[in-house]
Design a protein around this ligand. Structure first.
Ligand code: NAD
Ligand code: 0WE
Length: 255
């Protein structure tokens, strides 16, 4: 029970395949009490159903992360329900489909702004608004991907957004360290989720990882969730500003 008595906010559940949902289940298993946000009306029912399946009552708040007022309302709601929180899970990313289908060199100004607003700045906005309700020793994690550092064909502007996210993790870790708040990234290998489905060549990519990763397989979503729980728990109390790879070792291989 690594998270016994802890309360947390999970941002980024869309459906049962979401990495955020796997993290929520693992955190719940370890004794945590959870609040959730959902992006909009379209996802309300799905997230409500999933949250209810944990038993008990998890507070739910609508929160489009591009909307400062909705972020503030969600944090106010969490404060009203829980008082303070011990952790925050950020598992949100979006780029327009065309930006992931064409060459990176064609990226539009609007597409660039949108991808970095949703996928990078949102961590800063959430950390900023949640800072007053974090307990001492609180932990923030954000999901990232290897395309932040190396070129993964067609990850494109999302790679730039994840590079900004990873840098934001370090700058937030520096600032919030003074309040004993830790901030870390979990860099997951490819996982079949809603955000991954419909990306052409995703299955081929998983085959490449399987053949080259030291563990000769793809990561399981539950392994990503367990690593997330570690970073959210006091077991990782000395770790901040770090990116933890949960990718069966794929990132260490040069050839
Ligand atoms: P997912 O589609 O289940 O989750 C993405 C979430 O982002 C959804 O819940 C969606 O509602 C939310 N979102 C998008 N735009 C938003 C907005 N404007 N406001 C609020 N929420 C918004 O897919 P996932 O794969 O579970 O993605 C979760 C995180 O994991 C993302 O940061 C993604 O980059 C990261 N990640 C995924 C993989 C993978 O292969 N699936 C690998 C590494 C990292
Ligand atoms: O972060 C991601 C996916 C993020 C994502 C996915 C979509 C698909 C639908 C962001 N925006 C959108 N917009 C859509 O319209 N991953 C780490 C998974 C992923 O996506 C890829 C990958 C991998 C891995 C895209 C191209 C190449 C590799």
């Amino acid at each position: 029970m690594l998270l016994q008595g802890k309360k947390g906010l999970v941002v980024g559940v869309a459906n049962k395949r979401s990495i955020a949902w796997a993290i929520a289940q693992a955190a719940h298993r370890e004794g945590a009490q959870l609040a959730f946000t959902y992006q909009g009306e379209r996802l309300k029912e799905s997230v409500t159903e999933l949250a209810a399946s944990l038993g008990g009552t998890s507070p739910l708040f609508e929160c489009d992360v591009t909307n400062d007022a909705q972020i503030q309302q969600a944090i106010d709601g969490v404060k009203a329900s829980f008082g303070t929180i011990d952790f925050l899970v950020h598992a949100v990313a979006f780029a327009k489909r065309e930006e992931l289908e064409n060459e990176f060199v064609t990226t539009s100004r609007e597409g660039f702004k949108m991808a970095l607003d949703v996928s990078s700045y949102s961590l800063v906005a959430l950390a900023q608004k949640a800072a007053p309700i974090f307990s001492e020793g609180a932990s923030i994690i954000a999901l990232t991907y290897y395309g932040a550092e190396k070129v993964i064909p067609r990850y494109n502007v999302m790679g730039v957004a994840k590079a900004a996210l990873e840098a934001a993790i370090r700058y937030l870790a520096f600032d919030l360290g003074a309040k004993k708040i830790r901030v870390n990234g979990v860099s997951a290998g490819p996982v079949q989720t809603l955000a991954a489905r419909g990306i052409s060549g995703f299955t081929d990519m998983m085959k490449i990882v399987e053949s080259r990763a030291p563990l000769r397989r793809n990561v399981e979503i539950g392994e990503v969730a367990n690593a997330a729980v570690f970073l959210l728990s006091p077991l990782s109390s000395g770790i901040t500003g770090e990116i933890l790879y949960v990718d069966c070792g794929y990132n260490i291989v040069g050839m």
